[in-house]
Design a protein around this ligand. Structure first.
Ligand SMILES: Cc1cc2nc3c(=O)[nH]c(=O)nc-3n(C[C@H](O)[C@H](O)[C@H](O)COP(=O)(O)OP(=O)(O)OC[C@H]3O[C@@H](n4cnc5c(N)ncnc54)[C@H](O)[C@@H]3O)c2cc1C
Length: 554
């Protein structure tokens, strides 16, 4: 370890040099000018300059050409300063450090509920998203499995009971373990972790709770937070953060929203025996998903006891004297809820981040605008993950963070690849999908063949439950390429993850047909669907014609 003191402004710059300059030219990034003397001799900055740096790090501090031809050294505390240690920030920081950069990341103090002042290393996915949500999904599955098991001969003398506090305690212990693991991942990579709220002061300076740090590059990976529209009574509403950390199980919940988070929580609470009502503004859930999948999942979810209230917009929440909540919508008032949850979208955490001051461009929703390399309108400032509102999923934030580290510190400009990103909805039953929906494929390719299977899975034959599975392949009629693959039914996220490789690789329906199935599984349907359910052809007038060849569901 070496301590770099303020006086060591002449720190050797191993990449000042043609290599770094070529990279900067490739990316058309202006080579930054030296730091102002204000910054260099600011006592707050000086204190940060004495941070211990791991020797394995090459210094990427560059020299900028001066007016008189001499090359005064330009030095930053760090090559990369990341604001936000969620999926994207941790990935970019860790990779950058592994490539030899000196890296710091700042993150808000831990709390299960996020706010302007609380967060925690690991970010939304680990602490308030994918992980706790999936643990709750597991917890809620059992009630369905108990029901299924009866047809297989299981008997329960006493009805199984669920203990909410055990679930919460175990889930919270797991979150603590995970945030610890993420801290270790950063530490082992040699990344300096600073606890506090980051704010940008100028294109190379970050303020963390009053302390200034300078960096050649700044990465903004602050993610987003739940958005609740301001209507009367919105103070009684819980969001997804709170829904994952309730002190007791809701007796009866209204969930407002038709997106994936709303459906996942509906399944969680329903499985844990809460009475669940879902209110959606549109006619259908899951805008953007394949139309048939949207219809199918809503039907299957309804069969499990969740009540949908379609085309209802919330107008107010009223609290009664007995503490129960009513939800007033454009169609009437539904009463007697112990909880009202809004899953009405998320907004990027870009307020009070100093972005307007330095000129980072944002959309009207507050998302940071970036180019294909995740560079903002300010050349030294970059952004990845949900804060850019591209595809708001953990693996995408990871991909963007990894690509950025390569671009900046491995002399390998890398664009994230957004083609065929698979995704899942952990509703009950769940959905897995990759590639184009039927509607997108028709728009893009015109002539497509649809292969579909809608069947009762083997398990349901003995369980006697009305569970079904829908599987669908969208194939380009001209090239035979599988453009999209969709499934709703047990295990579909696991199955589709495997098939996503085939879709991403551009395999054809013939490749699928040539693959031997695994029997007896639901997944084998994807390689045994021989006859198109319908052939869709663009007519000369540009109209879509559908020729139905076989009926699904046989
Ligand atoms: C309920 C829910 C379920 C989800 N389920 C899934 C799923 O199943 N699969 C999936 O792929 N995705 C899922 N997601 C989405 C996924 O969690 C996000 O896409 C992912 O976490 C984005 O990563 P990120 O790095 O952009 O931001 P985040 O993970 O949100 O990290 C941002 C970090 O920045 C910190 N921060 C904010 N402001 C500051 C500041 N000024 N200074 C310092 N730190 C700051 C925050 O505290 C936070 O830790 C889910 C999200 C939610 C809400």
């Amino acid at each position: 370890m070496v301590v770099v003191m303020a006086s060591s402004l002449t720190v050797t710059n191993t990449l000042s040099s043609p290599k770094l300059k070529t990279l900067y030219k490739k990316l058309s990034i202006p080579i930054p000018t030296p730091l102002s003397s204000r910054l260099l001799y600011n006592p707050k900055t000086l204190s940060s300059l004495s941070l211990s740096l791991n020797l394995k790090h090459r210094s990427f501090a560059a020299r900028a050409d001066s007016q008189n031809g001499a090359e005064p050294p330009s030095h930053y505390d760090f090559d990369l300063f990341t604001i936000g240690a969620g999926s994207g920030g941790v990935r970019a920081s860790r990779f950058a450090a592994n490539f030899g950069a000196s890296v710091a990341v700042c993150e808000l103090p831990f709390s299960p509920i996020s706010s302007e002042t609380t967060g925690g290393v690991g970010g939304t996915c680990v602490l308030r998203g994918c992980v706790p949500k999936k643990l709750m999904v597991y917890a809620s599955h059992y009630s369905h499995e108990f029901e299924e098991s009866r047809g297989f001969g299981w008997k329960y003398d006493v009805e199984p009971k669920h203990d909410w506090s055990t679930l919460m305690a175990n889930k919270n212990a797991e979150l603590q373990r995970l945030t610890g693991i993420y801290k270790n991942v950063l530490k082992n990579a040699g990344v300096t972790l600073i606890e506090g709220r980051g704010k940008i002061v100028d294109p190379h300076t970050i303020d963390v709770d009053g302390k200034l740090y300078s960096a050649r590059h700044i990465l903004i990976s602050v993610g987003g937070r739940p958005f609740i529209p301001e209507i009367p009574g919105s103070e009684y509403v819980i969001d997804s953060d709170a829904a994952l950390d309730l002190p007791s199980k809701p007796e009866k919940i209204a969930i407002v929203g038709g997106g994936y988070i709303a459906l996942e929580f509906a399944g969680i609470f329903n499985g844990l025996t809460t009475e669940v009502h879902v209110f959606i503004r549109q006619k259908k859930v899951l805008r953007g998903f394949d139309e048939e999948i949207r219809d199918f999942v809503a039907e299957q979810i309804s069969l499990r006891g969740i009540e949908f209230h379609t085309e209802e917009s919330p107008q107010a929440i009223i609290k009664s004297s007995d503490g129960s909540l009513s939800l007033k919508t454009n169609k009437g008032t539904a009463e007697g809820f112990s909880h009202v949850m809004f899953a009405t979208g998320r907004r990027p955490n870009t307020k009070n981040l100093g972005l307007e001051t330095v000129g980072v461009k944002m959309t009207k929703n507050g998302a940071i605008e970036v180019d294909e390399y995740s560079r903002t309108s300010v050349p030294s400032i970059w952004a990845v993950g949900d804060v850019t509102d591209r595809v708001n999923l953990t693996p995408v934030a990871l991909m963007e963070g990894g690509a950025l580290a390569k671009t900046l510190f491995q002399n390998e400009p890398t664009k994230p690849d957004y083609r065929a990103i698979p995704s899942a909805v952990f509703s009950q039953p769940p959905i897995g999908q990759v590639g184009l929906t039927e509607e997108q494929a028709i728009r893009e390719y015109g002539d497509v063949d649809i292969f579909m299977a809608n069947f009762r899975p083997l398990k349901a034959t003995l369980s006697g439950l009305p569970d079904r599975v829908l599987m669908k392949l969208v194939v380009c009629a001209k090239t035979n390429k599988v453009l999209g693959l969709h499934m709703c039914g047990e295990d579909s996220p696991e199955i589709v993850q495997g098939f996503a490789v085939a879709v991403k690789a551009g395999l054809t329906k013939a490749d699928f047909d040539a693959t031997v199935g695994i029997h007896p599984t639901a997944g084998e349907e994807f390689v045994t669907m021989r006859t198109p359910t319908r052939k869709i052809r663009q007519t000369a007038e540009g109209k879509t014609d559908s020729e139905v060849k076989a009926t699904a569901g046989v």
